[in-house]
Ligand binder design. Structure first.
Ligand SMILES: [Zn+2]
Ligand SMILES: [Zn+2]
Length: 279
């Protein structure tokens, strides 16, 4: 089996292209399966920024988006999986669980984009005024939230681990105890972790998570898949050859695929040097 790309956004959330255009890009890239996972953000805060990038951005219902995806999938040349990327918040995860139960999905990516009210990956301008101590506190709270995300049991895949490195603001102190606790919780949950290749196009210039964390995940037996976090058609398989090489370096030979929220395991495909490396 070839590569899959499940972490993809469309104009239904903060992507820049239609579902049709994203599916067509997956066909062109000769992917084995495509998945759409637009943002589903049940923010507990009065946050107009969140409303800008979450379904239903255009005022319609989440179900309208998923129905539209199902219609597009009928004419597609490859299997199309229906997913969401949902935010974990301690205040709203139970409500989210009730909503997810009703949506008939193939997979759910769980992500942490906020450390309480702090928007982690929105813009470097939120990080710039922070003291070193505050930067460390954001990182620490992020890992705490990842641990809770794993423990709540709602999600199939944990999204872009180590996202707070995005703009290059590193913690001042060693947070390995917090990181280890989060990884232990992910391992205990049976969740899959993604290697998210979008980080190579961000200021941190490194996939999420780092190769060190990927090795730590492999040592714990945490299953993986490769994701592009695509927001445009040209990104559906970005840096996939490099990502596959990282997976192997970290000790992985297999990756996961999903259908009806059930995972199965396939071998990581062999790639030529330039195959599937769209950017
Ligand atoms: Zn995300
Ligand atoms: Zn995403």
């Amino acid at each position: 089996m070839g590569f899959v790309s499940y972490h993809c956004h469309s104009v239904w959330s903060d992507g820049r292209a239609s579902i049709e255009a994203m599916v067509a890009a997956a066909e062109t890239a000769a992917l084995a399966e495509f998945g759409l996972s637009d943002h589903l953000v049940l923010t507990p805060y009065d946050d107009s920024n969140a409303l800008e990038w979450s379904m239903p951005r255009n005022g319609r219902e989440v179900r309208d988006c998923l129905d539209s995806l199902r219609r597009v999938s009928e004419g597609a040349a490859l299997p199309v999986r229906v997913g969401v990327e949902a935010d974990y918040f301690p205040e709203t995860w139970r409500e989210l669980g009730r909503l997810l139960d009703d949506l008939d999905l193939d997979f759910v990516i769980g992500s942490v984009h906020y450390a309480d009210r702090f928007p982690i990956d929105c813009s470097a301008r939120f990080w710039a005024p922070l003291s070193g101590e505050q930067v460390t506190a954001v990182h620490r709270l992020y890992w705490q939230r990842v641990r809770e995300l794993a423990e709540c049991g709602l999600f199939d895949i944990v999204g872009h681990l180590d996202l707070p490195k995005k703009f290059g603001y590193a913690p001042e102190t060693d947070l390995s105890a917090s990181v280890d606790a989060a990884l232990d919780a992910v391992a205990a949950s049976g969740m899959t972790m993604e290697l998210n290749t979008a980080g190579w196009d961000k200021p941190c210039a490194e996939a999420y998570p780092s190769i060190g964390l990927l090795r730590a995940a492999c040592a714990r037996g945490i299953p993986v898949l490769l994701s592009a976090d695509a927001h445009a058609p040209g990104e559906v398989a970005r840096h996939y050859a490099r990502g596959a090489a990282w997976l192997r370096q970290a000790g992985y030979t297999e990756m996961r695929v999903f259908r009806n929220r059930v995972a199965s395991t396939v071998r990581i495909p062999d790639v030529g040097k330039d195959d599937h490396d769209a950017s």
